[in-house]
Design a protein. Structure first.
Length: 256
């Protein structure tokens, strides 16, 4: 997703209401990205992954991890569309966005939802990230740089040990998915369904990986993998790793 500008950011701004995938939802305006991405209705046809995920048999009382939750809209949709009697854990790297997630969850009366301020990576600790709404992790950064924020890092396996095994991991973390999967060995063996936005070899390469490195463990673990070139395009079964695009795309993996 494209960065629309930074400006002054806050988690107690005015409220907007739109209908997203047929769901009326209130959101606090945090910054330009709130209005740029969420300042209009979303027709259901714009997000093909929700229709596909609904066919996977995820229990209504199930558990979902939303990794890279931004300001919480997708987490709210996951709750309403997939696990209305279950729970959603939203994990968000940016501190202001994480606070906005919890504000938006309260605004919409969604029980069973919570947000954690953390980056999802291959090992625990602390990392530095850009101070912007859709920022990403910076390696080997000097902590004194004013445009960076220190962020706690968690692995998927550690989140699972603390919060329980999810029925779905939904991940959009700006290229760091290659690192997140290196910290998900136990989760790969136990979580039955995964969605992620793959950010392409150029972006993944900045984290030392590629689309193929992210997808290979799913193939090795016996998952059926489906991909889509865009948010609104249908998903088709991936016929081997050689058929995987090096460009940005979307992935759904389900255990056989």
């Amino acid at each position: 997703m494209r960065e629309l500008g930074r400006g002054k950011r806050r988690d107690d701004g005015p409220i907007i209401r739109h209908t997203y995938l047929d769901e009326p939802i209130d959101l606090v305006v945090v910054d330009e990205l709130t209005t740029g991405w969420y300042g209009r209705d979303w027709p259901a046809a714009e997000r093909a992954e929700f229709a596909f995920l609904a066919t996977l048999g995820i229990p209504e009382a199930g558990r979902v991890f939303n990794l890279g939750a931004h300001q919480g809209l997708v987490a709210l949709l996951l709750k309403r569309k997939l696990v209305p009697r279950g729970s959603v854990l939203a994990v968000e790297m940016d501190r202001t966005n994480a606070a906005a997630c919890n504000r938006n969850f309260a605004l919409n009366g969604n029980a069973g939802m919570s947000a954690v301020h953390a980056a999802v990576l291959d090992r625990p600790g602390r990392v530095h990230a850009r101070r912007r709404s859709n920022g990403n992790v910076i390696h080997d950064a000097a902590p004194a740089q004013r445009h960076l924020q220190a962020v706690p890092a968690r692995t998927i396996d550690a989140l699972m040990a603390e919060h329980g095994v999810p029925d779905l991991v939904y991940m959009d973390i700006e290229g760091a998915e290659v690192l997140a999967m290196r910290g998900a060995h136990e989760a790969l063996a136990r979580v039955p369904a995964w969605y992620m936005e793959l950010h392409g070899d150029e972006v993944c390469g900045s984290f030392g990986g590629s689309n193929t490195e992210v997808v290979r463990p799913f193939a090795a673990a016996g998952f059926v993998v489906f991909t889509s070139p865009s948010e609104e395009s249908p998903y088709t079964r991936l016929d081997g790793l050689d058929a995987l695009t090096p460009d940005r795309c979307h992935l759904i993996a389900r255990r056989r």
